[in-house]
Design a protein around this ligand. Structure first.
Ligand code: HEM
Length: 428
């Protein structure tokens, strides 16, 4: 890697990230302009693609841990969560391409119901997009809403009480899956069924110390998956929609592509997605400007290491400012703030974490294991909404009037609700 240490390393003295205000990714971007693409003390802030590659690829083994400062991670630690084995189960058993494909009928049914409900509500009211998506994603998260409440309210000082509450919720979920009423046994398997089917079997039968998935570990994996998956796809769709409402030219282009690939007589199928190349660029551009985790999830060094002449101690916290990397004018040219999907024409950049200028799903050992499911869901929902409906802003509002203020949180959502008016456009 061709990185000059003066270009890459610079130190600043930010001891407390709360001093950075409501939008820390933005404040950190300004600091990086002064102090350079790696800032440290005691948290190291990374703000360029080359520096991100240094931490997430070159020295990935050192920086693959996570700090234990959130309730979810503390709870996972207390319950003996082992991220390496949990990831193996996620990537080899739960989130494989074939498993995700096996859920396609479920997604089709839910998206179909959403289109029907939008068709019937058109004449009545302006739609709040976030609310519509929350309803859509309810099918994936309905058993989880009480868990999210517990996670969000789980301050460390109430740890014991909250842990008990969490355990009761998780036990109920597991029991519901263990005691399926007769007549429903041949229903579609979900994530919990799959985890239960792996319970008490060694992951590697040839290894006597092999990892065995027990009830406690299953609960920990459920919590890990929920913390990673909750809100992320819905928030990305909402941001993409916001940009589309501000750019009618881009909407027209996506609809022309959909007319060519799908035609006007039927709805979109997931198998169409591979042929929707312009839509793919739209989603990349949206994730460049609006990464749901603008600072990824924090990483932590597992041992001390010297990087380009600077010593990074063990247990340093690493923050990768993906938001700033997506707006780096040296990478993306001068129109960084513009929503311009065409920048990806003839470009090989993908979202898999190999191209460090675009890493909204992270990269390396702790990169998002749900990327394939996330992207399939996002593209399918956006394609269906744009294919089935024309979308207009509330009367009197111009595209540039749309408020794009962000709210920093578990995932970065819009600060204000997004309203739009759909009109059905298919021929049947
Ligand atoms: C648009 C959708 C999504 C986005 C943008 C997204 C983004 C991310 C990011 C940025 C990370 C942290 C990566 C890092 O620190 O290097 C992450 C981790 C994670 N994501 Fe996703 N995610 C999405 C969807 C999903 C889905 C659908 C699932 C599961 C069904 C999922 C499960 C996880 C898990 C379990 C982790 C923790 C991985 C670890 O710590 O080893 N994500 N995701």
């Amino acid at each position: 890697m061709n990185v000059n240490s003066h270009q890459v390393l610079g130190l600043t003295n930010y001891r407390n990230l709360h001093m950075l205000g409501d939008l820390p990714h933005r404040a950190l971007q300004s600091l990086a302009e002064t102090y350079g693409p790696i800032m440290s003390c005691p948290t190291i802030v990374v703000s360029s693609p080359q520096a991100a590659e240094l931490f997430l690829k070159t020295h990935d083994t050192i920086f693959a841990s996570r700090p234990k400062f959130q309730f979810a991670s503390t709870w996972l630690m207390v319950n003996g969560f082992d991220w390496r084995n949990a990831r193996k189960i996620c990537t080899l058993q739960l989130l494989t391409a074939s498993k995700i494909e096996s859920f396609a009928p479920m997604r089709k049914e839910e998206v179909g119901l959403m289109v029907q409900s939008l068709k019937s509500s058109i004449s009545i009211r302006l739609l709040e997009i976030g609310e519509t998506l929350t309803k859509l994603f309810h099918f994936q998260t309905k058993i989880f809403s009480s868990i999210i409440y517990v996670l969000r309210n789980g301050l460390a000082r109430r740890m014991k009480k909250v842990s008990r509450a969490l355990d009761i919720v998780l036990e109920n979920i597991i029991k519901e899956h263990e005691n399926i009423p007769s007549g429903q046994q041949d229903r579609q398997m979900d994530f919990i069924d799959m985890l239960l089917s792996l319970m008490n079997q060694p992951m590697n039968p040839n290894d006597e110390h092999a990892y065995i998935l027990d009830r406690t570990k299953i609960k920990a994996i459920i919590i890990d998956m929920i913390s990673g998956a909750y809100d992320t796809s819905a928030a990305t769709i909402e941001w993409t929609f916001s940009e589309l409402l501000r750019h009618p030219r881009v909407v027209k282009q996506v609809q022309v592509e959909l007319e060519g690939v799908v035609g006007m007589n039927r709805m979109v199928e997931e198998t169409d997605l591979a042929n929707l190349t312009y839509l793919d660029m739209v989603v990349k551009e949206s994730l460049r400007l609006h990464p749901i985790g603008p600072l990824l999830a924090p990483h932590e060094s597992m041992e001390g290491i010297e990087l380009n002449g600077y010593y990074v101690p063990k247990k340093s916290r690493i923050i990768i400012n993906v938001w700033a990397i997506g707006r780096d004018p040296y990478v993306w040219s001068n129109n960084v703030e513009e929503f311009y999907p065409e920048r990806f024409i003839n470009s090989n950049i993908d979202l898999k974490g190999r191209d460090f200028q675009l890493i909204p799903f992270g990269s390396g050992r702790r990169g998002c294991p749900g990327i394939h499911l996330g992207l399939t869901t996002i593209k399918y929902v956006i394609a269906q909404l744009l294919h089935c409906f024309h979308w207009a802003l509330p009367s009197g509002m111009l595209p540039n009037d749309l408020d794009m203020t962000k709210k920093f949180g578990l995932s970065m959502r819009r600060a204000k609700h997004l309203y739009a008016m759909p009109t059905y456009r298919l021929l049947n």
